[in-house]
Design a protein around this ligand. Structure first.
Ligand code: 13P
Length: 300
């Protein structure tokens, strides 16, 4: 995908934001357009199951009419079949995630997807190493986390022809990324980037804004010890080779926080537009903030 190659060369990041419905998609696209930033709209298998073909059609349609470059991406594809199905739907990018298998299986399955995807001009993300937290189809405990080895990354890219590579460097999925400021292994990013010229991908990159968490809890939520990746770590990572930055949790938090606030402050409210409209605005604000941190504003 050209928007990621340009990002790697230009030392900035492009956000890949997960969507599950119209409001989230609008927030992502409107924020990207107002910031003049390229953007990636990501759907996971869980999102596809939730929204079905209607959601897919809507997201692809909305992306096509955007005035900035937009890629529609499958996040954490668990199988060749799932990647193929989304390619048929019209996705422009897919991730095959066999990072939980052994190296040989990961290479073999990724190669299959690369061959099929490249034949129709679709680009592929794969992953090596293991992040902590709950992913679409796997739960990884703290003991099972395995940071990506630079030599393995080089070997994997040469063997598979993958376009961009997700690496484990200390981030994790979800709203609890560790006590205090989670440690990010910048040296490892640099070493991987020295061996792999392709765009690198940071999963689990949400900032988990503390003001949003505080408001969510004040409105009846019960999120304990919520922590995210410090924005200085993200700013640094994009200068080191990270070009695609995945964000899901921040939008979930923003949506839930505003829905809770609206319903708490106005218990008689039952108009979905008055409930989801403010949530959409809040998500848009968050996407714009993220775009500033990633450095992709005015790169469209
Ligand atoms: P967060 O949970 O930090 O938003 O990460 C999302 C992600 O990496 C999706 O692939």
């Amino acid at each position: 995908m050209e928007i990621l190659s340009a990002a790697r060369v230009g030392k900035y990041g492009v956000g890949a934001f997960n969507t599950n419905n119209m409001e989230i998609t609008q927030a992502i696209l409107e924020a990207a357009e107002e910031s003049r930033s390229p953007v990636i709209v990501a759907l996971s298998e869980g999102g596809l199951k939730y929204g079905g073909k209607d959601l897919v059609n809507m997201v692809i349609d909305m992306s096509k009419s955007a005035t900035v470059p937009v890629a529609v991406h499958l996040d954490h594809g668990s199988s060749f079949e799932s990647c193929l199905q989304t390619i048929r739907y019209g996705f422009t990018s897919v991730m095959i995630d066999k990072s939980h298998e052994d190296e040989e299986t990961n290479i073999r399955e990724t190669k299959r997807v690369v061959k099929a995807a490249h034949a129709v001009g679709v680009t592929v993300e794969a992953e090596i190493g293991r992040l902590g937290g709950v992913e679409e189809h796997v739960v990884v405990t703290e003991d099972e986390v395995a940071l990506t080895k630079p030599e393995e990354a080089e070997r994997f890219m040469a063997a598979t022809g993958t376009d961009y590579l997700a690496i484990a460097i200390g981030t994790s999925h979800g709203a609890n990324k560790g006590k205090g400021r989670p440690y990010i292994d910048h040296q490892r990013i640099v070493e991987i980037a020295n061996r792999v010229p392709n765009p690198l991908v940071m999963h689990g990159a949400s900032g988990v804004p503390q003001d949003v968490v505080a408001r969510l809890n004040a409105a009846g939520g019960q999120l304990k010890d919520a922590t995210g990746i410090h924005e200085d770590d993200v700013r640094k990572a994009v200068t080191e080779g990270i070009a695609k930055i995945n964000t899901d949790t921040d939008l979930r938090l923003a949506l839930t926080m505003r829905v809770r606030e609206v319903l708490m402050n106005d218990p008689k409210q039952f108009d979905p537009r008055k409930i989801l409209g403010p949530a959409r605005e809040e998500m848009k604000r968050i996407v714009k903030e993220r775009i500033e941190v990633f450095g992709s504003a005015n790169k469209a």
